[in-house]
Every structure is written in structure tokens, then in C-alpha cells.
Design a protein around this ligand. Structure first.
Ligand code: NAI
Length: 346
């Protein structure tokens, strides 16, 4: 079904519609084995309803694996809203979406993802408590993207040491695909650590800013994946690592924020055959969900959250050890590792 691996049955999938606001959304609860399904809400223009469903199913499954590997007491879920054509009343649309979240009675908790904002999340609070990622006066919370970027950064640093044999990121060349919320923060961290950046974004204003601020080299969006660099960080949308792109990649290490970077599991195998180490997206990009999960449980405190996000580097190290022992690929080993944790935490 929809190109999904057969071992991915979902517990519940809700199609929510509201003609008054134009809402058409899919809320996918993949697993609640570890706790309520937690994962962001994407607002996107999809080619078809089938494409939206496919995205929701793939992303929610990824959240189960992400939350399990991050040792969070949450299952995996995700929602997608099919962006209405033309003008629409955004607060009303999100209120209707919030009611759909509420109808699941806490089986699914939402937060920001691509196309949704902290303001959208705050607006939903009036209709459901099952929402996170909301900035609050004097309290921890809000935009998870800096935490996501920090997790990717510590993963790149660990990978550079373990895979490239570099003791620091000074002079390490990193190609960044996408300078959005996460990509921009990641560029800042990398620049501060002395990395040399090559960047691409369809939004050329962001590229110009990165050139001015970080001394980055601009690349064409069609060429960034094949840039002559040590590390590749895909931080735009999914399926960027595929049959067409993998053969041209020069980087020896891939670690980025984008969800579902591998178009198919075979693309992970192809990377391994080319001697490229791919650190699985859901392992390295868990910083954001760690942040919103802490906020949701009222356990948010900046330093504690950053420390928890930094632990992603230890998992990268453990993964690479497991890969050696299993003589397999990081993607396959991480999948097995995460699936073994799809049970309620003790
Ligand atoms: P964003 O929407 O702020 O940034 C995406 C950026 O990619 C935009 O600047 C956009 O112009 C650019 N872009 C789009 N297509 C491109 C292309 N073909 N080539 C180059 N650039 C392109 O999104 P955000 O929040 O930064 O997320 C990036 C990725 O990370 C997404 O896949 C998201 O699902 C994932 N992610 C984000 C988290 C977060 O905390 N925001 C958490 C975990 C994953």
C-alpha cells in the first residue's frame, strides 16, 4: 500500500474534513506502544490525496522509530493538512484541525512541522490540550528547530570524529541543502565550529544571507547533493537520497534534519556500497521532538533539554558500533534497534 514497507501497520488513521474552513487533514497514529503518539503537523500543497496519505503514513512511522530511539515515553504519529487553494482563514483552519486532534482523545499530540508555526499551535490551545511547541512567558517552550539543529550538529561532530577521523569540525567542508528553520541554525553552529559551508536553497535571499554571514559558498539547488565536500546535511524535504542522486554524492558522511531522506531502503544500501556513511534522519533529528516532549510534560528547562539532545551523539557512536558488529548498514541497524524499542518503557 502506497509504497510502505509491509511491517508498518498503523493503529489508526483519521481523515478529518470541515467544509466551513476548507480543512482536509490526515491524522496518522502509527504506534501508541510507548505512549501517546507524538509528532508534528505539516501544512503542504500535495499533488493528490494519495500523496498526502502516503506522506502521513511514512512520517508517522518515522516518528515511532524516532521517539523510541530517543527513549521518549511516546509513540509515533503525524498529521498532514492539505493546503487549501487560494485564500483561507488560517486561525479557523487550525481550530478545525485542533478539534480533529481533540477527537482522538489524546491518542495523538501535535506540534509544528514544515509549513506550521508557533502561532498555529498557540491558536489550537483553545480547542485541545494535545498540542505542544508553544512559547510561554518565563517558561520553556516554543519553536523546536534550534534543538533539532543542535542534535544534527552534535551528530555531524561525532560522525566527523568516528567516520572521517577529524578531531574537530575546523576546516571540515559541509554542504547544506535547505536553509530553513533548522538549516539556518545548523549553519550557525557549523560556522561557529569552523566548518566551511556550501549552501543551497530555492529561496535565494537565504543563500545570500548565508554567504554574507558565514562566508558560505553558494551552490545551485540541482548540484548541492553532489558538492565536493566531506559532509552532506539534507535539511529540505524528503527522498533526496535516491537512485538519481546517490551515485553523484562526494561526501563521506551524511547527517541532516530532513525526514525520510532515503527514497527507498535500497538507497541506503547503495550509499554503503559507495563507502558513504548515512546517519539515519530519525536518529539525528530527534532534538525537536525531545524539546516539545519535555515542554508537553512540563519538564522543560533549557540546559536539561540541551543535555538530553546532546545525547544523540552517544547514540550515533553506539549505532556505528552496532553496524560494525552486524556487518550491515546504519539505516537497517537503526530500524531494527528502534523497532526493538516499540514497547512501553519500564
Ligand atoms: P523549513 O520549511 O523552515 O525549511 C526548509 C527549507 O528548505 C526552506 O528554506 C526551503 O526554501 C528549502 N528548500 C525546499 N526545497 C528545496 C530544494 N529542493 N533545495 C534546496 N532547498 C530547498 O523547514 P524546517 O523546519 O527547517 O525543516 C527542514 C526539514 O527537517 C524538514 O524535512 C522537516 O520535516 C525536518 N525536521 C524539522 C524539525 C524541526 O524542528 N523544524 C524536526 C525534525 C525534522
Amino acid at each position: 500500500l502506497f509504497g510502505l514497507p509491509e511491517q508498518a501497520p498503523h493503529e489508526r488513521v483519521l481523515l478529518a474534513t470541515d467544509p466551513a474552513t476548507g480543512l482536509k487533514a490526515i491524522l496518522a497514529v502509527h504506534s501508541t506502544a510507548r505512549g501517546p503518539a507524538f509528532g508534528g503537523c505539516r501544512l503542504w500543497h500535495y499533488e493528490s490525496e494519495a500523496a498526502a496519505l502516503n506522506d502521513a503514513l511514512r512520517l508517522s512511522q518515522g516518528m515511532s522509530l524516532k521517539n523510541a530511539l530517543a527513549d521518549l515515553p511516546f509513540g509515533g504519529g503525524k498529521a498532514v493538512i492539505l493546503k487549501p487553494e487560494g485564500q483561507f482563514d488560517r486561525p479557523a483552519l487550525f481550530a478545525a484541525f485542533g478539534r480533529a486532534v481533540q477527537s482522538l482523545n489524546g491518542a495523538y499530540i501535535t506540534a509544528e512541522d514544515v509549513g506550521t508555526t508557533t502561532a498555529d499551535m498557540r491558536g489550537m490551545q483553545a480547542v485541545t490540550p494535545y498540542v505542544s511547541g508553544i512559547p510561554r512567558e518565563g517558561a520553556f517552550g516554543g519553536d523546536p528547530s534550534p534543538k533539532t539543529a543542535w542534535g544534527v550538529f552534535v551528530s555531524i561532530r561525532a560522525g566527523a570524529r568516528l567516520v572521517l577521523g577529524r578531531s574537530s569540525l575546523e576546516g571540515v567542508r559541509v554542504a547544506l541543502q535547505g536553509l530553513g528553520a533548522v538549516g539556518w541554525h545548523l549553519a550557525e553552529f557549523l560556522h561557529q565550529a569552523g566548518a566551511k559551508l556550501v549552501v543551497a536553497d530555492v529561496d535565494t535571499a537565504k543563500v545570500e544571507r548565508a554567504v554574507a554571514q558565514f562566508g558560505a559558498v553558494a551552490a545551485h539547488v540541482g548540484e548541492i547533493l553532489a558538492a565536493d565536500v566531506d559532509v552532506l546535511a539534507p535539511c529540505a524535504l524528503g527522498a533526496s537520497l535516491n537512485e538519481q542522486t546517490v551515485p553523484a554524492i562526494h561526501a563521506k558522511l551524511i547527517a541532516g534534519a530532513a525526514n525520510n531522506q532515503l527514497a527507498t531502503p535500497a538507497d541506503g544500501d547503495a550509499l554503503q556500497r559507495r563507502g558513504i556513511c548515512y546517519l539515519p534522519d530519525y536518529l539525528v533529528n530527534a532534538g525537536g521532538i525531545i524539546s516539545v516532549a519535555r515542554e508537553y510534560r512540563n519538564e522543560g528547562e533549557e540546559q536539561a533539554v540541551m543535555a538530553e539532545v546532546s545525547k544523540i551523539a552517544e547514540r550515533v557512536e553506539e549505532l556505528l558500533q552496532r553496524v560494525q558488529a552486524a556487518d550491515s548498514t546504519p539505516a537497517r541497524v537503526a530500524d531494527d534497534w528502534a523497532r526493538s524499542k516499540l514497547v512501553r518503557p519500564a
